[in-house]
Design a protein around this ligand. Structure first.
Ligand code: PLP
Length: 376
């Protein structure tokens, strides 16, 4: 049906109507007093969401742009960094780091498995010369639906003393990432994820320790030179209308409250996982390590399922990436997603399984989800 599309992918995520309406306003000059006030308001609310008093910089860039900024501002060519990865986005950090001449050492886990914090601890303990200048990690690995134990890994990084650079692209606004409490140095995210805003903006939080590293970092930079954004919040023309939209979405988030936002994402993760099991399908991430933003389901019927979901039910699910193409489908439950959306998507999934004659489609999946949604 026309105009009935339901996005259940991990970004871009659905956008509330009042946020869309904010986008439709006339643009205003970014040097006007009115805009400067809006930017100040948005930055204060972003800091609330990021749970930090660190500087919070807003870039006209997607998440990958913030990742690049997170590398080029704090290191010099030849610096050693430890890149921790267990999926496509973690691997991207290694690619970005290598592109700028860093000496990359890696701690990995197979796709679909969480990083073992003890492996990180071992790599850092072995570095008695303190050659590792930074540790880089993807918190919620969107390609596999695995969330890494950032809190424990960060403790090992703190014991070592390197900077910690975090991709919180699909964990910010979905689960607790208390930047100041944990002492995270550089934290990256993007507007089209938990922020309920269309793509186009990226956010980077930078600690005092990271600014110290910035002073001696020698990788060439210009547009993504964070020092420029620190000095003047908008050194280049910012996406004025996206910032109007962000102002509206952050107001909504403040009304809901951080704890409620996190609880909603966790509830949706639990409901999807219970339903998938009851439908006789296989979860890609093990229990206890499922991302609150996305649930990946392993099935050779992944592409057929996605096709029917789209054609018959107007629900868009994400496919598998790289070698997981055709092997998994991914249900995004990030941002502006309510219990009804989850139940609708899961009911449509059961209908799809019935049509394709695969898995179990006796209503047990929806019942399992409904049980979780009603009890939490
Ligand atoms: C965990 C993670 N990191 C980085 C990115 C890259 O973000 P972008 O596509 O906005 O550049 C994504 C995008 O889905 C992501 O999920």
């Amino acid at each position: 049906m026309e105009n009935k599309l339901m996005l259940m992918i991990p970004g871009p995520t659905p956008v509330p109507e009042n946020v869309l309406l904010a986008l439709a306003k006339h643009p205003i000059g970014h040097r006007s007093g009115e805009f400067i006030q809006i930017q100040a308001d948005v930055t204060a609310n972003l800091k609330w969401l990021y749970q930090t008093t660190n500087e919070l910089l807003l870039l006209t860039a997607s998440g990958t742009g913030t990742m690049e900024a997170g590398i080029i501002n704090f290191f010099s060519p030849g610096d050693r960094v430890l890149v921790i990865h267990n999926g496509k986005f973690g691997e991207r950090w290694a690619l970005v780091s290598k592109a700028f001449g860093l000496d990359v050492v890696e701690v990995t886990a197979p796709w679909g498995q969480p990083i073992n914090p003890a492996d990180v601890q071992a790599a850092l303990t072995a570095d008695s010369a303190k050659a590792i200048k930074g540790v880089i990690i993807t918190h919620s690995e969107t390609s596999t639906g695995v969330i890494n134990d950032l809190e424990t890994i960060n403790k090992h990084v703190k014991a070592h003393g390197a900077l910690i650079i975090v991709d919180a692209v699909t964990s910010m606004g979905a689960t607790n990432v208390p930047i100041d409490e944990w002492g995270l140095d550089v934290v990256c995210s993007g507007s089209q994820k938990g922020f309920m805003v269309p793509p186009g903006m990226g956010f980077v939080a930078v600690s005092a320790k990271a600014w110290e590293a910035y002073k001696t970092a020698k990788i060439p930079k210009f547009y993504l030179d964070l020092g420029k954004y620190r000095k003047d919040g908008a050194p280049f023309t910012p996406p004025v209308n996206l910032i109007f939209a962000l102002q509206a979405s952050l107001e909504m988030m403040k009304k809901e409250g951080l704890e409620n936002i996190f609880a909603r994402h966790h509830r949706h993760r639990d409901a999807c996982r219970a339903a998938v099991k009851a439908m006789g399908l296989e979860l890609y991430a093990p229990d206890g390590h499922g991302s609150p933003a996305i649930t990946a389901v392993s099935t050779p019927a992944a592409e057929e399922i996605r096709k029917v979901m789209k054609k018959k039910y107007d629900i868009v699910l994400a496919g598998g990436q790289d070698h997981l193409s055709g092997q998994v489908f991914r249900i995004g439950h990030l941002g502006f997603v309510c219990d009804r959306d989850i139940l609708s998507a899961l009911a449509a999934l059961e209908g799809t399984l019935a049509e394709l004659g695969t898995g179990k489609s006796n209503g047990a999946g929806v019942a399992a989800a409904a049980q979780i949604l009603s009890s939490k």
